[in-house]
Design a protein around this ligand. Structure first.
Ligand code: ADP
Length: 703
């Protein structure tokens, strides 16, 4: 096709050029005839002037021999034709005839003939031009041009085709092959190379565009597959997180249940053991149990925070006093290490709405670490409030120490779960690496941030900042005073699949005028409750067959049992399980391991009772009910230790002391001391520093 186009174009061009040449030749006919006439002008003039017809005839005969003269006549000044000649002509073929017909010049030319020295007009020659030879020349040329154009075009086309194949076709084939072999999962094929030669021509532009197209296509594919991967990964992570929370809840239940039995029996044994050595062994059992419970609680805390189930309960609070208490608690340990504890709470004088329990947890972790990782120098704890708006402020707390510091490369990682500094002496420092992770997550859950700056060997500075904290004028909450409870006789149904647990609950409540019925699963509990109509049911939530949740629904769906108060007893402390218990129909929740004061607190809500106000117990006055003999025993067995714990203010010491006091109270049957020891244990367990300070001081009433 290209060949024909090229050939036709070449041919047309040549013929046009030839045609112009031909027309030029035609236009030059008159000039040539003029020259010929001029050459024979003298002889022809002489023939005309002298009337020499034969000379004239000779001239005209000679002229028609010249190719371009068809017919010629010589006419004298009297208009007499002296001679006339005409060339012999043959019939021309079509193209020549056509060309002759194309001649647009005059049919004849008259050239005047001048003769003699005086330029005498002798007459004229009338010549009819013959353009056949020009036409024949043109025709002959045209033939040659057509043939040579054909040959040249053919050769050029062939050369062009070969080079086209070698360059363009080959490149296009390469692109096509790439396209055919395209595999979306393989990124490398998404780029086609183009040789230098074509980099800037249309092929280069085409290749470049294809590469851009591929890159976008590939990006899109990646985006789609990444989105899908991320979606799948998120679903997997969510599922894993749910599984982890479930696992933690289950495992904590599994651990808490035997721990409940161990700690509960230890508590009960403590009431009867009199031998100090045995009491101390028992105290070790309780200590280790409590440590284990702390670890479980940490893990549970972490899991609760991670699954967003942490409850933040802001109450009116003075941050300065919480910071103060924290310093007080650590002052003894810091003092023993020779550390200077510097406190600066001047910037925190007002009241704000804040979760004090969580703040204590954060401060305990940070100050505890500062004390643990500092061998000499100081620990500085300061807080300040910066007003940021109408009744809003930021709270900034810093804990600085001059201890071993943290390597720069690990400043970020120490906030991760189970992370400790690399190469840290575990035997010396212990720990689980969960404290800072919990602290960070708690801080963030309270709209705060935590940052650390440190120089290895020179100490660390932890800065905690809470934003948009509400300033309030509400009065600080006072811990409600509690008295000694005296229940009226009541029937209590204890539903638990573990006989030891049922036994433990009965033992804990043995001082009250209760009668018990026992059930070992939910259905059994419901059937027995319908038959005996107890005043309250202590319902274990995790039982084989009909569990506590299902049993609660059974109770509530039956008019006979619907009014009976259900107290859920469970080691499951994840908030959604607690909510589920309430949703199923339970009216109170007591967590395992059961603390007897919590159990009686829950029963107090539903059972008739009277409560002796403990105002006198809170005053450091000797209780009238305690005999002088009992005071003596208390002084000799507890006083020294009390002095030490009130100076040191270490939570675990207080828990141990509470256990010791409880066992003495049981042994000597001193009810006030028993209540006091239970309260001390509860305050210590809940980190209730406000109450703890008062409770510790109240001990003076026993000595
Ligand atoms: P744990 O104290 O149980 O190891 P944490 O999460 O509280 O766990 O702390 C993690 C690690 O961060 C610590 O083991 C210690 O390496 C480092 N760290 C924390 N606080 C300090 C500090 N004040 N000085 C030096 N190192 C610290």
């Amino acid at each position: 096709m290209t060949f024909f186009i090229a050939f036709t174009l070449g041919l047309l061009l040549s013929i046009v050029l030839l045609w112009f040449d031909f027309r030029k030749e035609q236009a030059g006919v008159k000039e040539r005839l003029e020259k010929i006439t001029a050459m024979m002008s003298h002889t022809a003039g002489h023939a005309l002037v002298t009337g020499n017809r034969s000379l004239a005839q000779g001239i005209t005969d000679g002229l028609v021999e010249v190719g371009i003269v068809k017919k010629v006549s010589l006419v004298n000044d009297k208009n007499e034709i002296l001679a006339i000649s005409e060339a012999r002509s043959t019939e021309a073929g079509y193209p020549i005839r056509f060309l002759e017909d194309m001649y647009t010049g005059q049919t004849s030319f008259r050239f005047p003939l001048i003769y003699g020295k005086n330029w005498h007009y002798a007459g004229y020659a009338e010549i009819y031009p013959n353009i056949r030879s020009i036409s024949e020349d043109f025709a002959a040329h045209a033939g040659t041009v057509i043939i040579s154009t054909f040959i040249v075009t053919a050769v050029l086309s062939l050369l062009y085709a070969v080079s086209f194949h070698l360059t363009l076709v080959r490149q296009i084939q390469k692109i096509a092959e790439k396209l055919a072999g395209a595999d979306p999962s393989n990124q490398s094929i998404y780029s086609i190379n183009i040789s230098e030669r074509h980099a800037k021509d249309e092929l280069g532009v085409l290749t470049e565009s294809l590469n851009i197209l591929f890159a976008r296509y590939h990006d899109n594919l990646l985006k789609v597959s990444r989105t899908e991967e991320l979606k799948a990964a998120k679903e997997a992570a969510d599922a894993a997180n749910r599984a982890k929370s479930e696992f933690l809840a289950n495992i904590s239940h599994e651990i808490r249940t035997p721990m409940n039995i161990i700690l509960g029996f230890a508590e009960i044994l403590g009431r009867d053991i009199r031998e100090p050595e045995h009491a101390s062994l028992l105290s070790s059992i309780r200590d280790s149990g409590e440590t284990l419970m702390k670890l479980i609680n940490d893990l549970l805390d972490l899991s609760k925070i991670e699954s967003g189930k942490i409850d933040i309960n802001p109450t009116p609070l003075n941050i300065g006093s919480v910071v103060d208490e924290t310093v007080k608690i650590f002052s003894e340990t810091a003092g023993q290490k020779g550390l200077k504890l510097i406190l600066n709470t001047g910037g925190c004088s007002g009241q704000i709405l804040f979760d004090g329990i969580r703040l204590r947890q954060i401060l305990f972790n940070l100050v505890g670490n500062a004390v643990k990782f500092t061998e000499s120098g100081f620990i500085r704890l300061s807080c300040r409030e910066e007003k940021t708006g109408d009744r809003l402020c930021s709270v900034i707390i810093t804990v600085e120490d001059s201890g071993m510091g943290i390597d720069e490369s690990q400043l970020e990682t120490i906030f991760e779960n189970f992370a400790q500094q690399q190469g840290q002496d575990h035997a010396r420092y212990g720990g689980t690496g969960l404290g800072l992770a919990i602290t960070k997550k708690l801080t963030e859950a309270m709209n705060g941030t935590i940052a650390v700056s440190s120089t290895k060997g020179s100490g660390s500075l932890f800065t905690v900042k809470f934003r948009d904290v509400r300033i309030c004028d509400a009065p600080l909450q006072k811990t409600a005073a509690k008295g000694t409870v005296t229940f009226e006789p009541a029937l209590i149904l204890v539903a638990d699949d573990s006989p030891q647990n049922r036994f433990l609950i009965r033992l804990m409540l043995k001082d009250h005028p209760f009668t018990f019925i026992e059930a070992e699963n939910g259905r059994d509990a419901y059937v027995k409750a319908a038959a005996h109509l107890p005043d309250a049911v202590l319902l274990d939530m995790k039982m084989p067959g009909t569990d506590g949740y299902a049993a609660a629904k059974l109770f509530k769906s039956d008019q006979t049992t619907a009014h009976i108060p259900l107290i859920a007893v469970s080691a499951d402390v994840l908030s959604d399980r607690v909510e589920e218990a309430f949703a199923s129909g339970c009216s109170a929740y007591v967590k395992k391991p059961i603390i007897s004061s919590e159990l009686t607190d829950a029963l107090k809500v539903f059972l008739k009772h009277s409560e002796e106000n403990r105002a006198e117990e809170e005053a450091p006055q000797p209780s009238a009910n305690i005999t002088e003999e009992q005071r003596k025993i208390i002084r000799s067995e507890l006083y020294d230790r009390w002095q030490m714990i009130s100076r040191r203010f270490v939570i675990s010491d207080m828990e141990n002391f509470a256990a010791l006091a409880l066992s003495l109270a049981e042994r000597e049957n001193i009810k006030e001391l028993k209540n006091w020891a239970e309260k001390l244990a509860k305050d210590a367990k809940e980190f209730d520093i406000d109450s703890l300070t008062g409770t510790i001081d109240n001990f003076t009433g026993f000595i």
